[in-house]
Design a binder for this molecule. Structure first.
Ligand code: GCU
Length: 405
């Protein structure tokens, strides 16, 4: 294996050096023929592609625990100066053999609502208290030993990424949970992960070969959606799942596995998310699979420096969202995540969306910074750095108004 320094030196940021490759088609069947209609995609090819991603990228799916209960920990009817009701809810998972695991949701409901509302749901990096400017939000993220983000001084630090007041004013509920609650994000996070519900030794080689942190985070998003289904203020048939960066990869995988998500948003998800692996632009498989070995199954690492041999690419992952709405967002200075590669996976997923009669954007339509393309497959390129900002949210809220209302 090369050293990290050698790997970083080899990273390509030059469009002229992107290798020529044949774009693999999600419509190509095992016998070489092509899927011709939506029914064939839904009933035959989609399950095959999903299975391939489980085996080769994100690991097997996990069932619901034997028992899930949702315990109200707090309720503040006067949050954000009366704009919203703030709830904190513990998702308690139990198995018949006595194993347990839990996670805490922060949920805001708009007080102006007269009927159940659509919602935006996303996992957060540092803890629920970091997403909100409200000082009373419970501190979460303790499941990551040594987490540096648990202090009072961390409150609200990433509130800009969440834009709760703006989301609420537009009539949506907003929910988040800390991803560490489901799988602490480090290579030794297995033991404290939700896999402990299903395995006596969640860090054994057998479990590591079959599961991944991204898989467990995506499972957590589905369990959070179960919780929203039990919440009378939310219309759980109209939920958008969103995520930034590694959590954008996770949002795409959650959307692929759980068709209850109506709108799937990938914000700057990059390598192993929306970006096409075969372009080898910015972060590549060699780096991501060696720096974050717990994110993917080991078979994905076998394609490091052999991306040309991949029988699929991330356009297949975007295709798995069809015919639901999906949005891919990039930032112009975020070359590590390969904005053009993120854009192209949406364009190449178009052939699946077209089976459903959708109008899709073409590979020739890459917008300039500040530009957006809106449809069932949407894309925008925000000018600036790797982040999730108010500008990104403006597009997401517009898509919400179109696809969730
Ligand atoms: C690293 C990693 C990316 C990831 C990002 C993030 O940069 O290489 O793949 O998307 O972290 O999650 O912020």
């Amino acid at each position: 294996m090369r050293s990290r320094e050698e790997m970083l030196q080899a990273v390509n940021y030059d469009e002229a050096k992107v290798p020529q490759f044949v774009v693999p088609s999600p419509l190509q069947k095992a016998d070489g023929s092509t899927v011709r209609n939506a029914a064939e995609w839904v009933n035959f090819q989609r399950p095959r592609v999903l299975e391939m991603f489980r085996r080769e990228v994100y690991g097997e799916s996990l069932p619901r625990p034997d028992r899930c209960s949702f315990q109200l920990l707090s309720c503040q009817p006067d949050a954000y100066l009366g704009l919203a009701t703030r709830k904190e809810i513990r998702l308690q998972f139990e198995m018949v053999d006595g194993k347990t695991h839990s996670a805490e949701m922060l949920l805001y409901l708009p007080n102006q609502a007269t009927a159940p509302v659509p919602a935006f749901l996303g996992l957060c990096f540092k803890g629920n208290h970091v997403t909100s400017s409200e000082k009373e939000v419970r501190i979460t993220g303790q499941n990551y030993p040594g987490n540096q983000d648990l202090g009072e001084d961390k409150r609200g630090l990433q509130a800009e990424r969440w834009q709760f007041p703006e989301v609420l004013k537009r009539g949506y509920a907003a929910a988040t949970l800390c991803y560490h609650d489901f799988f602490p994000d480090h290579a030794n996070g297995w033991q404290r992960s939700a896999l402990s519900l299903f395995y006596a030794q969640p860090d054994s080689p057998a479990v590591r070969a079959r599961h991944t942190a991204i898989g467990v985070w995506a499972w957590g998003l589905s369990r959070a959606l179960d919780c929203l289904e039990a919440e009378p203020g939310v219309d759980a048939r109209r939920v958008a799942v969103h995520g930034h960066s590694r959590l954008g990869k996770t949002a795409l995988w959650a959307g692929a596995q759980d068709p209850r998500f109506r709108l799937v948003i990938s914000n700057d998800s990059g390598c192993g998310g929306a970006a096409m692996s075969k372009r080898c632009f910015g972060e590549n498989l060699e780096i991501i699979t060696s720096v974050f070995p717990h994110w993917f199954v080991t078979s994905f690492a076998q394609y490091a420096r052999r991306e040309a041999e991949l029988p699929f690419d991330q356009n297949f992952l975007v295709s798995l969202q069809a015919p639901r709405a999906v949005c891919i967002a990039s930032a112009s200075e975020d070359l590590w995540a390969d904005p053009r590669g993120e854009f192209l996976s949406g364009a190449y997923a178009g052939e699946v969306y077209r089976l459903f009669g959708a109008e899709v954007y073409s590979p020739a339509q890459m917008p300039a910074p500040g530009g957006r393309l809106s449809g069932l497959v949407s894309y925008h390129l925000r000018a600036g750095k790797h982040d999730q900002t108010w500008e990104d949210w403006q597009h997401y809220l517009e898509l919400g108004d179109r696809f969730l209302k």
